[in-house]
Design a binder for this molecule. Sequence first.
Ligand code: HSE
Length: 308
Amino acid sequence: MKKIQVLAPATIANLVCGFDILGLALDAPNDNMEIQLRNTPGITITHSDAFGLPTEPTQNVAGVAVQALLDAYPNKNIGVDIVIDKIIKPGSGLGSSAASAAGAVAGVNYLLDHFFTKEALVQFAMYGEKLASGVKHADNIAPCIYGGITLIKSIFPLDIVALHVPKLYVTVVHPQIEVKTSDARQILKKEVALKDAIKQWGNIAGLVAGLYKEDYELISRSLEDVLIEPIRSILIPCFDEIKKAAINCGALGGGISGSGPSIFMLSKEAITAQQVQLRMQEIYTKIGLQHYTYCTTINTNGIQINEL
Ligand code: HSE
C-alpha cells in the first residue's frame, strides 16, 4: 500500500475583522503526518511528537474527521493508519486542530484517488473543529485545504470563496501560554450593537476590496476589529504594546491570530516584517515570557502531499 507524507500549514483565522469567515494559510509552520490505507476497517493514530494528544480516534480531531470521510465512502473495508508529528502547538491560535483534521482527510483523499471534492473535505474536517472547540467553523480548515486567503461566506450551506492574494509578509509571535478556543469563544458577547456591526462589515468589505485592488492603504485601514479584539485581547500579555510597536515599524496592521494567544501582523515589505519580528521578541524578552516567532509569507497551495 502506498504511503504518503502530508504537510498541513498553520492558518490565521478571522484576519482581524472577519470573525469565523476569513482565514489565510501560512508557509510556516506546517504539521507533518504519514498516512497509509489498509484493507481492514478501523483508524489508528500514533503521535511522534510530545504533546500527549489523544490517540483514540473518537477523541482525536484527525480521527473524527477521517471517520466522517470513511462513513461517506462506498467501500467499507478500508482502514487508515496515521502517524502525526505535530509542529503547530495546540492552543496556539495557529489552526493546530485544523491542520490535523484537514491534513488527515486531504491525505486519505489523495490515497483514494481524489474521490471527494475539496468542499467535501472541508465538511469532514469540520467534525474535528467541533470536537476541539464545540462548534463547526471553517476559517482555519478552508485556507488549510485551499491555500491562500479564503472567505467562508456560509457554512450551512457550505460556501467558500477563494480571494485574491496580494504580496504580503506575515509576522507571528506565539507567547507560550495556552488559550483554548472553547474558552475564548465562551467570553464573547452573544449580541452586538448595530453601530458596531456597521463598522465591522465596513472593515470586512474594505479588507476584501483592498486585497483585490492590492490597495495596501485600504487593507491597513480595514484591519480593525471592534467586536472581538477588545474582549479577547485581555487574555494576551502585552497585546496593545506589540500592536503599537509593529505599526510603528511600518506594519499594515494585524491582531489576534484566531482565538489567540498568537498575534500576527501583515507587512508589505520583507524588511518591515523582520523588524516587526525583532520588536515582538524584544517586548516578550523584556517581561521574561517565552515565545516563538515566525516571519513568513502566504501559502497559496494549501496542503502538500509527497509519496514516500
Ligand atoms: N474563528 C475562530 C475563533 C477561530 O476565533 O474562535 C478559532 O481558531
